[in-house]
Ligand binder design. Structure first.
Ligand SMILES: [Fe+2]
Ligand SMILES: [Fe+2]
Length: 191
C-alpha cells in the first residue's frame, strides 16, 4: 500500500514511447473503472494497469533475461513466442526492480497477455482493461466494454474466444495457460 505512483510514472516515461505511455495510462484508468464496478482494490488496479507493459519496449535480449528469472510457471509455448515475453518479464522487473511484492498485482502483470485458469478478479480486470482501454478501436470494442461492466466472466470468455481464434488463424502457438483459461470459462458457462 502507499505506492509511489509518481515514481512509476517517471520510470514509464523513460522506458516507453509516447503511444505506449498513453496506452498504459488508459489501461490504468479503465482498470479503476472496472475495479469500482466489481469491488476490487482500486489502488492495485491502477498500479497493475499502469505497469502492465513496463517491459514491452526493452530489447528481446533483456526481456529474455528477465523471463529466465521468472518463478511463475513459464511454459515452453510462451518461450517460443517472443511477443508473450513482456508480461513475464514485467512481473519480474516490478518485483525485483520496483520492489512490488503484492502477489495479486504481480500475477495481473504476469498473465495479462495469456490469461490462466483460476484468475483473480484483479487479474481479470487487467486482462480486460488492456483490451478495452480508450486507445483500442477494433470493430466490437464497445460491445466488449459493455460486457465487462455487465458480466466479467462472459467478457473473459468472449475475449479468450477472440484471442484464441486469432492465434489459430495465424497458425501461431497457443499457450497452455490460455487454453486452460478458456476451458474454465467455457465450462462455467454450461452450468
Ligand atoms: Fe501487454
Ligand atoms: Fe497493454
Amino acid at each position: 500500500m502507499g505506492y509511489n505512483i509518481d515514481e512509476f510514472k517517471i520510470i514509464l516515461e523513460e522506458r516507453l514511447s509516447k503511444k505506449r505511455l498513453t496506452h498504459s495510462f488508459n489501461v490504468a484508468d479503465e482498470a479503476v473503472k472496472l475495479a469500482n464496478v466489481w469491488g476490487a482494490d482500486v489502488e492495485k488496479a491502477y498500479v497493475a494497469g499502469l505497469l502492465h507493459d513496463v517491459c514491452k519496449e526493452i530489447s528481446r535480449v533483456e526481456q529474455r533475461k528477465l523471463v529466465e528469472k521468472s518463478r511463475k510457471d513459464v511454459t515452453a509455448e510462451e518461450i517460443s513466442v517472443p511477443q508473450l515475453w513482456h508480461g513475464i518479464a514485467g512481473e519480474v522487473y516490478c518485483n525485483t526492480d520496483l520492489g512490488i511484492n503484492d502477489d495479486d498485482i504481480l500475477n495481473a502483470i504476469r498473465y495479462h497477455t495469456v490469461a490462466r485458469k483460476g484468475m483473480s478478479l484483479l487479474e481479470e480486470i487487467i486482462y480486460l482493461a488492456d483490451l478495452t482501454s480508450a486507445d483500442r478501436d477494433y470493430p466490437d470494442v464497445d460491445y466488449v466494454r459493455k460486457l465487462c461492466k455487465k458480466n466479467i466472466s462472459d467478457a473473459m470468455l468472449y475475449a479468450l474466444q477472440y484471442s484464441i481464434t486469432d492465434v489459430i488463424e495465424k497458425k501461431s502457438v497457443l499457450p497452455r495457460h490460455t487454453v486452460e483459461a478458456y476451458n474454465q470459462y467455457a465450462l462455467s458457462e454450461r452450468k
